[in-house]
Design a protein around this ligand. Structure first.
Ligand SMILES: [Mg+2]
Length: 249
């Protein structure tokens, strides 16, 4: 925070689900903790900090969740999509062979009766099981794992486990690649931090560690590449509040 006070500029990189917002069985109702949006608005108003959301969700889902923060910069689909604060959307195209494998995986999930648990997103397919009874979770997980692992071994694809599901997605870009792109555009005086909770955030922690602060936001500790650990919502809100005070000085 002392470095932040002295720095001419700073960048606050934030994962969304599990970091700014508690999990919800209805994914479109996973709103941020109450104090988060007002704090982000105040930080942006100071004009000394850029804020970037780096999420596994497609960008199109983020508007209603972050309202009224309409113009915030977002890297979506783990870095495959980017919408800067000036609003010009860009999506990295994936190889046609990779897209073909993803659509075969989609057909497999449909045939396995998992269509209603499946989310098709740019560069990936996710199977969700949040909120289901344990026995059902076990059944879906083992079926999806068995069926998708072959696809996950194809070139350019990987199978990722996240908080309450599995995702078959392109190996690159990942969140670490998004952070590399952001770092490329910064000068060495800019202070930077990234806050995340999930296993997919570990790529981002690894890339950012030599250049800035990495923060695991999670109710329980787990082994991580992040430098510090905050428990949401209290310690997260207090961190954002200290950030705001530091850039307002
Ligand atoms: Mg997350």
């Amino acid at each position: 925070m002392e470095q932040l006070v002295a720095a001419p500029a700073s960048v606050l990189l934030l994962d969304y689900d599990g970091t700014l917002a508690p999990f919800h069985t209805e994914r479109h109702l996973a709103y941020p903790y109450p104090q988060v949006v007002p704090l982000l608005e105040s930080i942006l108003k100071c004009a000394k900090s850029r804020i970037v959301i780096i999420t596994g969700r497609p960008i199109i889902e983020m508007g209603p969740l972050l309202s009224p923060l309409d113009n915030i910069e977002i890297w979506g689909s783990h870095g495959l999509e980017h919408r800067p604060a000036d609003g010009i959307y860009r999506q990295i195209m994936i190889a046609p062979e990779t897209a073909a494998v993803l659509s075969q995986a989609e057909s497999w999930l449909n045939a396995a009766g998992l269509a209603h648990r499946t989310e098709i997103k740019p560069g990936g397919i996710a199977v969700h099981w949040r909120g289901l009874p344990d026995a059902e979770v076990e059944r879906i997980q083992s079926s999806a794992q068995k069926g998708l692992s072959g696809f996950g071994e194809q070139p350019g694809l990987k199978l990722l486990k996240f908080e309450a599901g599995l995702e078959l997605r392109v190996t690159h870009p990942n969140k670490g690649d998004a952070i590399s792109s952001i770092l490329n555009g910064l000068d060495h005086k800019t202070r930077i931090a990234f806050l995340g909770d999930d296993l997919t955030d570990e790529d981002a922690f690894r890339v950012l560690n030599p250049h800035g602060l990495t923060v695991l936001v999670r109710p329980e500790y787990r082994e991580t590449n992040a430098q510090i650990w905050l428990r949401p919502p209290g310690e997260l809100v207090s961190f954002l509040d200290q950030w705001l005070k530091s850039v307002s000085m």
